[in-house]
Design a protein around this ligand. Structure first.
Ligand code: GLN
Length: 465
């Protein structure tokens, strides 16, 4: 009830697309009965959670923040959602995002932008003269609703999705912990795809130890997703004492990227020093293909988008236009009316990259570059480095008015520079809030680990927290 009340009080954030009040009260009551009888199902029994609106939920609208799916109600639950239900977790609602998870601001959904709860914090308000109505900061994205839900205490955990940084980016900008697990460790069944070869369900919580509990529950093989792999470890709790003494922390020199704010660099050095003082070895490493990552990601992303979006034709489900002069005309106008310009732009460029005469030059080349990016990481990890320490985003959260200005659109693509390479390599990464900026807004740092070392990564993250 407290969480439901907070959802009402924080409606101005626009974090929720659907609030599942009735279901939440019913599930909470059932959990309470189990708790009173002394038979809880586990650590998540009765815990309120939120789900990004691109995970299918049985009999609950799943819109992907798009007009295309605004009335779509799936007949089944995504595996990760089902696993949380099986544990007794209580669904508060489906949360806002960029349309079809394309974006890094949560400003592009059909239901309006998400506002960062920190826009209303004392720390930020003291630094700004403008009123909260004229000046508020973005959550980052595309899982902005998930991060805002956890940061504003309307849920204790939230599912996001991470294809190029969409869980870690809003996690960093909203001051919460955000984990992108190893590719395949969590099932994608029921997650409406963006880029199948990079998508992973992400976990957003208030603390690293909470993220570990959720990871322990969600991980593992799923017969409904052939890309899943067996659980990395059966651990569900992190060791209380983790010694970083023999740890080797790598600092990738290419991550000193243009546009990185001075205070983020200062945080990055402060935490690196902290590791060193605790006895870890901190060394500079090189990931030489980082510079190609953004371009390579966008070629691969658009091509998979072009093929994934083909299913939305207005016939079987999704928005259907009134134009019915021919089947082709109906397809075309349903897609024109249903998708925003970001989605349509990616479908167009994806089809362009896949044209017979362009295929080798763009698609095949991008796949080769992707391999080189993945090998950069392998090389560094096989040279004895345990984890990489990097910023999560270039700066703290931008004001909505700045972010949505036309020429800043390009900047928002650059914003993913620290997060996207990890998705191309399938590695685990976690963003941890480490400080407040001069503007009184959160700054997050990212730890990246070798594939399947999610638990070790979280242990290091907990030490850093
Ligand atoms: N910002 C990236 C994009 O627009 C990442 C999206 C994501 O991770 N879902 O594609």
């Amino acid at each position: 009830r407290k969480c439901l009340n907070r959802i009402k009080k924080t409606q101005h954030l626009n974090a929720y697309i659907t609030v599942t009040e009735e279901l939440a009260l019913k599930q909470a009551q059932e959990a309470e009965t189990r708790l009173l009888q002394g038979t809880p199902r586990g650590p998540l029994d009765g815990i309120p959670f939120a789900v990004k609106d691109n995970f299918c939920t049985e009999n609950i609208k799943t819109t992907c923040a798009s007009r295309m799916l605004k009335d779509y109600t799936p007949p089944f639950n995504a595996t990760v959602v089902q696993k949380l239900f099986d544990q007794g977790a209580v669904l508060m609602g489906k949360v806002n995002m960029d349309e079809f998870a394309m974006g890094s601001g949560s400003t592009d959904g059909a239901f309006g932008p998400v506002r960062n709860p920190w826009s209303y914090s004392a720390s930020y308000r003291e630094q700004t003269e403008a009123t909260p109505d004229s000046d508020w900061v973005i959550t980052g994205g595309s899982s902005g609703g998930s991060a805002a839900a956890v940061a504003s205490l309307t849920s204790y955990l939230a599912l996001g999705s991470d294809t190029g940084g969409s869980t870690r980016n809003p996690g960093a900008l909203c001051g919460v912990v955000s984990l992108k697990p190893t590719y395949g460790l969590l099932s994608r069944h029921g997650l409406i795809p963006l880029v199948n070869s990079m998508d992973v369900p992400g976990i957003i919580t208030r603390s690293v130890s909470d993220a570990a509990i959720v990871l322990g529950i969600l991980q593992g093989l799923d017969i409904k997703d052939s890309t899943t792999i067996p659980a990395a470890s059966s651990l569900t709790e992190l060791p209380e004492q983790f010694d970083v003494k023999n740890l080797c922390v790598g600092i990738p020199k290419e991550y000193h990227a243009p546009g990185l704010s001075e205070e983020t660099v200062a945080q990055w050095s402060r935490v690196a020093d902290m590791f060193e003082r605790a006895g870890a070895r901190v060394k500079q490493v090189s990931l030489p293909h980082t510079q190609y990552s953004i371009v390579c990601y966008h070629v691969l992303c658009s091509t998979e988008v072009a093929s994934n979006m083909a299913r939305f034709d207005g016939l079987e489900y999704g928005h259907r236009s009134e134009v019915d002069s021919s089947t082709e005309a109906m397809y075309a106008s349903s897609r024109h009316e249903g998708f925003n310009d970001v989605v349509r732009g990616r479908i167009l460029s994806g089809n362009y990259f896949l044209l017979k005469q362009n295929y080798e030059h763009y698609f095949v080349k991008a796949q080769q570059v992707r391999r080189l990016i993945a090998e950069d990481f392998k090389h560094v990890f096989s040279s004895g480095v345990d984890v990489l320490l990097t910023p999560t985003t270039l700066t703290d959260a931008a004001c909505y008015s700045d972010f949505t200005q036309e020429d800043n659109r390009t900047r928002s693509t650059q914003e993913d520079v620290f997060t996207q390479p990890v998705n191309m390599a399938g590695l685990p990464a976690v963003s941890v809030p480490t400080a407040l900026s001069r503007r009184g807004l959160p700054i997050g740092l990212q730890l990246i680990g070798p594939a399947l070392q999610d638990w070790k990564l979280l242990s290091v993250a907990q030490w850093m927290e």
